[in-house]
Design a binder for this molecule. Structure first.
Ligand SMILES: [Zn+2]
Length: 250
């Protein structure tokens, strides 16, 4: 990654560590060989700071949004994990695994961010921010209790599970669009949105090929790109949570 793209890093490393709420690493990762370990650690530090910055930006945006609407909000805390050390709490699904009830945790797949950076270099910030904003969309769903409602719906009508999960994914994209519109971070500018969704999907498809259990992780391949872009644009266009209704006809 270039220095330019992460020019904010110096500021963030100085300021973010004082503000609290920095990214938490879920578990220790296997030790790397000494060759290149320092470079890899530096890249991870950049990614950690990037993730912390985007989650904080989105968290503050959503907190303000809920406050304006006089609704209670649960602040988010980024928790990164590695797919080489998968954690049950980070699995994608309607029903959280037992012991995974932390209402503030937003699970961010560090390997996904690493893969984006490796493939796209300087262009990885936009798809990286999109993936994190999408995860924050799932956090907002938890805050408004939509995850529980969806789980109840599926319990009553198991045949609807795929449809419900798809709508939740598209809503998370719509909510990511709401954030992108109001964010001052500049991480996901309008002209980069279409490519960013495509790049995230390409890395997701690559992971599906590489991993047998990729269904348990975010892959961004859950719908045709046109539909994902449609819902992202819907949120971006109105910047309103209430326009991101997953169960309304689209
Ligand atoms: Zn998702």
């Amino acid at each position: 990654m270039s220095k330019g793209r992460f020019a904010w890093l110096g500021l963030c490393l100085a300021a973010c560590s004082l503000e609290g709420g920095a990214t938490t690493r879920l578990e220790a990762e296997p030790a790397r060989s000494s060759t290149g370990a320092a470079a890899a650690a530096a890249r991870d530090a950049e990614l950690d700071a990037f993730i912390t910055r985007i989650v904080r930006d989105a968290d503050q945006s959503w907190e303000g949004d809920f406050r304006r609407r006089n609704k209670p909000y649960q602040s988010a805390q980024a928790v990164t994990f590695s797919t080489r050390s998968p954690n049950a709490c980070a699995r994608v699904g309607l029903v959280p695994a037992a012991g995974c009830q932390d209402a503030s945790a937003v699970y961010v797949d560090l390997d996904f961010q690493r893969a984006l950076a490796k493939r796209y270099g300087d262009d990885a910030a936009a798809p990286g921010a999109y993936a994190i904003a999408h995860a924050m969309g799932h956090h907002v769903q938890k805050v408004i209790g939509l995850d529980r409602k969806a789980a109840e719906l599926v319990a009553q009508r198991p045949v609807a599970a795929h449809s419900v999960e798809l709508q939740l994914e598209l809503q998370a994209d719509c909510l990511a669009g709401v954030w992108a519109r109001v964010s001052k971070s500049g991480a996901l500018p309008r002209e980069r949105v279409e490519d960013a969704l495509k790049q995230a999907s390409e890395i997701g498809a690559q992971r599906r090929l590489e991993r047998d259990d990729s269904r348990a992780l975010e892959t961004f391949t859950y719908a045709i790109p046109r539909r994902r872009l449609y819902w992202f644009a819907k949120g971006y266009g109105s910047a309103k949570l209430e326009d991101c209704d997953p169960f309304a006809s689209d």
